[in-house]
Design a protein around this ligand. Sequence first.
Ligand code: 5RP
Length: 239
Amino acid sequence: MSTREIIISHLDVTAAKKAAAKAALDFLSSNMNIGVGSGTTVRYLISYLNKSALRNLKIVPTSLDTKIHLQNSLAKSSHQIIDLPQFDLDITIDGADSVNPEKQAIKGGGGALTREKLVRNSSIQFILIVDESKVVPALGNFPVAVEILPFGWRRTIELLKKFGAVSLRQGTKKLGPVISDNFGYIVDIKLFSSDLSPNEIHNLELQINEIPGVIENGIFGNPADRVIVGKFSGEITGY
Ligand code: 5RP
C-alpha cells in the first residue's frame, strides 16, 4: 500500500467513525442518565456532545480515559460526570471491535471491557457506534480480550488456552503488562474458530467467565439494541 493510500484509508475510517458518533446524538435527550463507552469513536461522540443542544446529562464513563476526555471537553457544560448509580441508565453508547448481524459484539481492544460490560448491563438501551470495517458475518476473528487477576496470572492463562492462543497484553516501551483501570491484567485469546454462531459466542462468553482468576471478558453476547454503522463515504447506515 502506498503512503497516499494509507493516508486516504485513515481519513475514510475517521469519517466513518465521526458519522456514526454524530448519528448517536439522535438517541439522546436532555436530562437523561447515560453511559459513555471507550475508544476513538466514542471520543468523537464526546466532542459532538459538547457542541450539541443537549443539557443536564448525567454521564457514567466506562474508563478513566473516557472520564478524562469528558472532564476536558464538558468542563463548562451543564452535564455532570457520575459513578455508576444503583438505578438503571437510560442508554449507553459504545464502540466495538467486531459486531455481527445479530448485534453481538467483541469489545475490549482498549482494555476497558469490564467497566464497559457493567455499564452496558445497567442500561435500558445499548447502542454501538462502529465504522463499516467492524461489521462481520460471524464473530471469532478478532481476539477476545479478557481481564484477569494479577494473582496467579500464569495459571489463569494456562486454563484459558483451551479456547485458543493466549497472550498477556504488554505495555509500550517494555514496561511490563498492561494494567487496567481496575488494576487487572489483560490477555487476548486468538480463538481456534473464527466464525462462531450467535449461540456459540454466547456460550463462550459464559465459559470464559467460569475460569478462576477471570474478572470479565470482552464478548458482548447479549445483543445491542442498535448498531450505527459509519461508512467510509461518511454516510451512515444501521440495523
Ligand atoms: C475499548 C473498546 C472499544 O470500544 C473498541 O476497542 C473500539 O475502539 P475504537 O472506537 O477506537 O475503534 O471496546 O475497550
